[in-house]
Design a protein around this ligand. Structure first.
Ligand code: CAA
Length: 389
């Protein structure tokens, strides 16, 4: 399998990619199927990923992170996800949806209290926007936060929270002024053991089963005003700009799944024989390989391009919404395309739990759904291109 040098990676980037690859092969590959089967949260490997600096890659060292750039993050996440997408999403949410928002919008005090434990991998972070009756229409939320002296009192039910059952810290978005709709939403940093916060139903998921997903129930949960992230009413913009970063992460996760499905397919097509030939000699199979490879390289270009746009934004402050949405859209549909083709190429073996290909198929699907469905990505991209926003 040829490695197309579309981007000539620096020695440092290669080192990060190779370190993540080696870690994933050595530590995650042997346990991935077992944790997928049991649905148990992989605390031990996640802790080791924290020790390697993978849980806060872009966070400066003074706040517990590795102080690296966005391309380093994407390369490491791609390698982890290539072996197990469940570890990939736990890493992505910790880095993007949790750490980035605090780094970008938090006070120095909030960075010290809420970033250091999570970026260093000693604690787990989550992001909570979705509710049972508002997913894509995110600003149409029912949960409420009302000011009471030096506190806000939070009430409502949040759903589909990645790492919800295990999170030590959560960024949560609630309505403080319903009349203002999107401009009435505020972000809060909540410690997982705050009285009035309960973990609700754990989702029995099709894929990424080793990652834990649940509802969070807030019942008169009192959060100090000092834990408000940004100003009152800035929550929706914070949520959206954090999701721009999250979508680059999911693009990288999807790229990893697609590559895994592809590599298994090439190996199988080279050895499996039918009608006196290796199956890779039949165009029904070889053209699938060609389409998979082409879409993977196109996804890589989009994902790395989005990573570099985000890196540039650190100095220019420019938004990278368009690049992030295009990367997430194309890479997630590529992951599904490749996983589907991989099952077909493997035939019965692709349908069996004895091979990881069926896991790639189940894991790929979520990348087209979470952090904005493919339809939402098309909405974001087209609105920007048509000048509707
Ligand atoms: N960056 C900064 N600001 C942004 C922004 C961005 N990317 N996107 C929108 N905004 C701003 C807009 O400029 C606007 O501000 P002004 O009024 O001042 O101009 C404000 O936010 C409202 O924007 P819209 O009018 O576009 O809002 P909308 O209600 O039409 O919704 C949407 C837009 C794109 C559909 C948005 O709701 C969306 O992305 N929905 C999908 C939500 C999503 O991805 N949910 C996944 C949650 S996380 C998850 O999956 C679970 C997990 O744990 C992994």
């Amino acid at each position: 399998m040829s490695d197309i040098a579309l981007f000539s990676l620096s020695d440092e980037h290669r080192l990060i990619r190779d370190t993540a690859r080696e870690f994933a092969q050595k530590e995650i590959a042997p346990i991935a199927a077992q944790f997928d089967e049991s649905g148990e949260f992989p605390y031990q490997t996640i802790r080791k990923m924290g020790e390697m600096g993978f849980m806060g890659i872009e966070v400066p060292e003074e706040y517990g992170g590795a102080g690296l750039d966005t391309l380093s993050y994407v390369l490491a996440l791609e390698e982890i996800s290539k072996v197990d997408a469940a570890h990939g999403v736990i890493m992505s949410v910790n880095n993007s949806l949790y750490c980035y928002g605090i780094l970008q919008f938090g006070t120095d005090e909030q960075k010290k209290n809420f970033l250091i434990p999570v970026a260093s991998g000693k604690a787990i972070g989550a992001y909570s926007l979705t509710e049972p009756s508002s997913g894509s229409d995110a600003s149409n939320m029912r949960s409420r936060a009302r000011r009471d002296g030096d506190y806000y009192v939070l009430n409502g039910v949040k759903s589909w929270v990645t790492s919800g059952p295990v999170a030590d810290y959560i960024v949560v978005f609630m309505m403080t002024d319903p009349e203002k709709k999107a401009k009435g939403i505020t972000a809060f940093l909540v410690e997982g053991n705050t009285p009035g916060l309960r973990r609700g139903k754990k989702e029995p998921k099709l894929g990424i089963r080793a990652s834990a997903t649940s509802e969070l129930i807030f019942e008169d949960c009192r959060v100090p005003v000092a834990n408000r992230l940004g100003e009152e009413g800035e929550g929706f913009k914070i949520a959206m700009s954090v999701l721009d970063v999250g979508r680059i992460g999911i693009g990288a996760q999807a790229l990893g799944i697609a590559e895994a499905a592809y590599e298994f397919s090439v190996n199988y097509a080279r050895q499996r024989e039918a009608f006196g030939h290796k199956i890779g000699e039949f165009q029904g199979i070889s053209f699938k390989i060609a389409d998979m490879k082409t879409r993977i390289e196109a996804s890589r270009l989009l994902v790395y391009n989005a990573a570099m746009a985000k890196e540039r934004s650190k100095t220019t402050g420019e938004r990278f919404t368009l690049q992030a949405s295009m990367a997430k859209l194309f890479a997630s549909e590529t992951a599904m395309f490749c996983a589907h083709a991989a099952v077909q190429i493997h035939g019965g073996m692709g349908y069996s739990r004895e091979m990881p290909v069926e896991r790639f198929f189940r894991d790929a699907k979520i990348t087209e759904i979470y952090e904005g469905t493919s339809e939402i990505q098309r909405l974001v991209i087209s609105r920007m291109e048509l000048g509707l926003r």
